[in-house]
Write a protein of this length. Structure first.
Length: 202
């Protein structure tokens, strides 16, 4: 049974001139998955919604076309992170995310999204991965991933405390840990904790 979002995916795929195979390749799923979405037999998860945003590019009407109760019940709109707008002028002002992919205690109004640039967080985050940040979570929890503003530069790092200092780590072995005294680290701004990229962050 089709619904507004399934119809939107199909109509915007056709507007772009994509076959189901082409869209499947862009999103990283099978042709069968695209067919299931368009028939309303299943719905895309947040990671795939983000990839659909990317695939449809500037023509983002597909996200706006579904204002029905189905969308309202299952999806939320997340605005772009204000601190990263200048670094990412090409990104849309908002994206949609499936509610089931978010923690239950999250304040939806305090979520922001942006794109992670670089390879320091590979293999977890690829270059230009879309990330969702909870701006209410600025207190360091050891081992969690954060979006940081450091001297005007947006960075993604794993933060933890180490002997009264703050350690900023990367997933990639080619990057060394960075250690800050508390007074040094306070010059930086923690924008928030990353709670979602392609899948849920545990």
């Amino acid at each position: 049974m089709t619904n507004k979002i399934s119809e939107s995916i199909k109509s915007n795929r056709l507007k772009k001139g994509f076959s189901q195979d082409m869209l499947a390749n862009l999103v990283g799923v099978t042709k069968s998955t695209i067919s299931q979405w368009e028939l309303g037999k299943s719905a895309p998860k947040s990671g795939n919604l983000l990839k659909l945003d990317d695939a449809f590019g500037d023509d983002r009407t597909w996200r706006k076309e579904d204002n029905a109760s189905t969308l309202h019940a299952r999806y939320v709109t997340v605005n772009i992170c204000e601190e990263t707008c200048q670094a990412h002028p090409h990104l849309p002002k908002d994206i949609i995310v499936q509610k089931d992919d978010l923690p239950t205690d999250v304040n939806i109004g305090q979520l922001r999204y942006t794109s992670a640039i670089g390879d320091s967080m590979k293999p977890v985050l690829e270059d230009h991965s879309i990330i969702v940040v909870d701006k209410t979570k600025r207190t360091i929890v050891d081992g969690k991933m954060y979006l940081i503003l450091e001297e005007g530069v947006i960075r993604v790092k794993i933060l933890s405390y180490s002997k009264g200092n703050v350690k900023a780590s990367a997933y990639s072995d080619t990057y060394c840990d960075e250690n800050y005294s508390m007074s040094e680290f306070k010059k930086n701004k923690i924008i928030g904790q990353i709670i979602l990229y392609s899948t849920k962050v545990d």
